[in-house]
Design a protein around this ligand. Structure first.
Ligand SMILES: *[C@@H]1O[C@H](CO)[C@@H](O)[C@H](O)[C@H]1NC(C)=O
Ligand SMILES: *[C@@H]1O[C@H](CO)[C@@H](O)[C@H](O)[C@H]1NC(C)=O
Ligand SMILES: *[C@@H]1O[C@H](CO)[C@@H](O)[C@H](O)[C@H]1NC(C)=O
Length: 387
């Protein structure tokens, strides 16, 4: 039996926050039936496991930006750090930073997308940085893309901002403030794409910006002429069109024998506490446990149509794109957001702002360490089992 898999089985009374430990050594064997390659790693359950999780400590990650450092920002509870994703049919391989770096030797891994993928990039940086001595690693936060470089292995782990994948008015050097209403060019992707071509691993996401409004502004003409001439198109219609632009570009420009391609499904948000039967709650603020009832399907307001369009487009592609189906497993994690423990305009929220989570809580991004580490464990499972 794999020593790392001694797990703690926990029963949480969802009605209130009382937690009762019902046993400590679950029989791990039932999970070992299948190989990771043959199992749906996205179907499973959250298991409280403070022996193996978190995979690193928040204050030990040299490169973690304070933006995601929830404990540093004053979050009082820490149970959110201790959950491990347990697929139903198999077990995930134990994350080993050195093993990953050896696999990535001489290669470039790039996350492309929005701030959720910036979260995941930061998580991966934290997951591997401890395996490398200080003189062998560096992060350039100012660049575009942002690059984490590991000299010893000649590896770069990069984040490329393109929240709509195609060109938009919120690309650099413009302001990428979440309050800006963007204008996009639905068929213009080559300018971004030229920066993706030489990556060995490309992991895309695009969701958060699409759901801000029922319609999306689509430019008529080019940005050289300004961004005031646009039409508004219903978001699902234009999302599908853009994803087809992306899919065609990938098919025509990526050498799929060299490059492994991934697409992360929608990262859910938690703004409606009635969704998990907490009438006294204010969005995700004050939540300290995941949704643990699995008897009912979860509905936390994720735009399932966007999810399905992405899944369908990817299924129809001529090249293999791995669909990282992280939506459902993340929907359980209502407590894993930064809530009011955030930096805004360079400063922590004031006590007065903190007391108004309805206005200030962030229930979109994720604490690090936290859920994005699990997404990276799933990505790791692919990378180490496929060569
Ligand atoms: C994604 O995972 C969920 C949970 O296991 C499953 O119900 C759904 O069918 C999956 N969707 C796709 C497109 O793989
Ligand atoms: C893990 O949880 C158990 C049960 O609450 C507790 O006794 C133990 O101290 C915890 N271990 C760590 C490393 O937090
Ligand atoms: C490092 O990796 C890049 C590809 O990412 C390659 O072009 C370069 O030759 C490598 N350098 C060394 C010193 O191995």
């Amino acid at each position: 039996m794999n020593a790392s898999l001694h797990c703690i089985s926990v029963l949480v009374m969802v009605t209130f926050l009382s937690i009762s430990f019902v046993g400590c050594l679950k029989n791990d064997k039932k999970y070992h039936r299948n190989k990771v390659e043959e199992c749906d790693i996205f179907a499973g359950e959250w298991v409280l496991d403070n022996k193996t999780h978190p995979l690193y400590k928040e204050d030990e990650c040299e490169f973690l930006s304070q933006w995601s450092a929830c404990l540093k920002n004053g979050r009082p509870d820490s149970l959110y750090l201790n959950w491990r994703w347990q697929p139903r049919e198999c077990s995930l391989p134990k994350f080993k930073a050195k093993h990953l770096l050896k696999k990535l030797k001489g290669k470039k891994l790039m996350f492309v997308g929005d701030s959720i993928h910036n979260n995941q990039w930061q998580s991966l940086v934290c997951l591997v940085e401890s395996a490398v001595s200080p003189s062998q690693k560096s992060v350039d936060y100012s660049g575009y893309p942002q690059v984490f470089r590991i000299k010893k292995y000649n590896v770069t782990i990069e984040f490329y901002w393109a929240p709509y994948l195609v060109e938009s008015s919120v690309d650099p050097p413009k302001f990428r403030d979440g309050k800006t209403t963007a204008v996009i060019m639905a068929e213009s992707i080559a300018k971004h794409g030229n920066n993706w071509k030489d990556a060995d691993y490309l992991i895309f996401d695009s969701y958060a910006w699409w759901i801000k409004h029922p319609t999306v502004r689509v430019l008529q003409g080019s940005f050289e002429e300004g961004d005031t001439k646009y039409v508004e198109i219903e978001r699902h219609i234009i999302f599908e069109k853009v994803l087809r632009t992306w899919a065609n570009w990938v098919e025509e420009n990526i050498d799929h024998k060299r490059t492994s391609i991934f697409f992360s499904s929608a990262s859910p948000q938690h703004y409606r506490s009635l969704d998990w039967n907490n009438p006294n709650g204010v969005n995700c603020a004050s939540e300290t446990t995941p949704i643990l009832s699995t008897s009912m399907p979860i509905n936390v307001g994720t735009d399932r149509q966007i999810f399905s369009i992405a899944a369908d487009v990817i299924r129809s592609m001529k090249v293999k794109v791995h669909f990282l189906n992280i939506t459902s497993l993340s929907e359980y994690r209502k407590e894993a957001h930064p809530s009011v423990y955030i930096i805004q305009d360079g400063k922590l929220l004031t006590p007065k702002q903190k007391s108004n989570p309805a206005k200030y809580a962030d229930c979109v991004h994720w604490c690090i360490p936290g859920l994005p580490d699990t997404w990276n464990e799933l990505l790791y499972a692919y990378i180490v089992t496929h060569s």
